[in-house]
Design a protein around this ligand. Structure first.
Ligand SMILES: Nc1nc2c(ncn2[C@@H]2O[C@H](COP(=O)(O)OP(=O)(O)OP(=O)(O)O)[C@@H](O)[C@H]2O)c(=O)[nH]1
Length: 341
């Protein structure tokens, strides 16, 4: 089976340190002999961040707007083109600081309907001093957007630790914990964090392991750190949160055989409430042609389609803390039933 391309999304407010982290990841990938490709989204018409990245790394730019609003389809297309033309081992998307990550995830999963991708847990970089200032004012669009970016993340890098006092850092840690109790939080200067790098390397090794990396590496890291945490003196300004599962999850299922349409509809109708979005392309065993299905906020829709190029049978589920294994087991059962009939 064709290999799934791992896709990482870096979110975080303007100037928080995303490009700084991106450069470190690129270095790591190259040292491991892997070929990275980058999608950069800048609000301006010129990609200034891109200048900081190695010239030999394939890069696609989505300029002049925020991928999450104006160019969602653009993002999907760019992603597909990048995979087709460059065959990278890993893709990293650096979103503009003004983007809402949920919308970006939605754009990316469109592409996974026709290309094998392994979407990794979302990483958000937070500028400690900026967040502190906004938190003290408690208002404005920026404040709310930063909250959204924090809430969607599975991993939070509390960057620019050097620009706040240790008391402020503790206060911010508690704040992040309240806003997103599921994410692991790592304070850092210039995004340098041993734990985040270990997670990154670990998650690369887990690529292609359909869906599981969403739950695994953070847990491993946090388990390790629980032990370290206990050994830390009580005055330690930080603790790593016990993130047993990633926060916003995506489960992608590639079908090996056409399944029964009614059984599939029944499965969709019975999805847990925590799955708030699903979509896919399917061939059914009991109908002719292919269907695009969409599910949002408990309503589903099936539309007959005629893809212009080969597209796998696939379903993508997005939600918070849902049991991916349960959905996977149900889908495998449908496939088994189809084989038996
Ligand atoms: N003091 C301090 N400066 C940092 C730290 N991390 C990054 N910076 C600086 O902050 C500025 C912004 O960093 P970038 O990595 O470009 O941030 P970004 O999130 O990519 O910025 P946008 O693309 O504008 O959203 C740069 O001048 C960095 O050198 C840090 O931990 N401490």
């Amino acid at each position: 089976m064709e290999k799934a391309t791992p896709v990482y999304v870096l979110s975080g407010f303007l100037g928080s340190g995303k490009t700084t982290l991106l450069e470190q990841w690129i270095t790591t990938l190259k040292q491991a002999g892997l070929k990275p490709a980058i999608i950069m989204n800048e609000l301006g018409e010129v990609n200034l961040d891109g200048l900081a990245v190695d010239a030999d790394v394939p890069m696609t730019e989505v300029l002049g707007g925020c991928i999450c609003c104006s160019g969602r389809e653009d993002l999907g297309m760019q992603l597909a083109e990048l995979i087709d033309s460059e065959h990278p081992d890993v893709i990293i998307i650096e979103a503009t600081g003004a983007a809402n990550p949920m919308e970006i995830l939605d754009g990316i999963t469109e592409t996974s309907l026709f290309m094998r991708m392994d979407l990794k847990p979302l990483v958000t970089v937070v500028d400690a001093a900026h967040l502190l200032g906004l938190y003290r004012d408690q208002k404005g669009k920026t404040y709310r957007l930063m909250q959204d970016q924090i809430r969607c993340a599975s991993i939070l890098i509390l960057n620019k630790q050097d620009r706040v006092t240790s008391e402020e850092l503790t206060e911010l840690g508690a704040l992040l914990n309240r806003w997103n109790p599921h994410a692991a939080v790592y304070p850092a200067v210039r995004c340098k964090s041993r734990e985040v790098m270990a997670w990154f390397e670990d998650s690369l090794n887990g690529s292609g392991d359909n869906g599981t990396p969403w739950a695994r590496p953070v847990r491993e890291t946090s388990e390790k750190h629980q032990e370290e945490e206990q050994a830390e003196p009580p005055s330690s300004p930080f603790k790593v949160l016990n993130a047993s599962h990633s926060h916003v999850m995506v489960y992608t299922h590639y079908f090996e055989v056409p399944v029964n349409s009614e059984a599939f509809e029944a499965l969709i109708a019975g999805l847990p409430r925590d799955v708030y979005r699903a979509k896919g392309v399917l061939t059914f065993s009991d109908t002719s042609g292919r269907y695009l299905f969409q599910y949002a906020y408990r309503a589903s829709d099936f539309m007959k389609i005629n893809p212009q190029k080969p597209v796998p049978d696939v379903a993508v589920f997005i939600g918070e803390h849902f049991d991916q294994q349960q959905i996977r087991a149900q889908l495998l059962e449908l496939e088994q039933e189809a084989r038996d009939n």
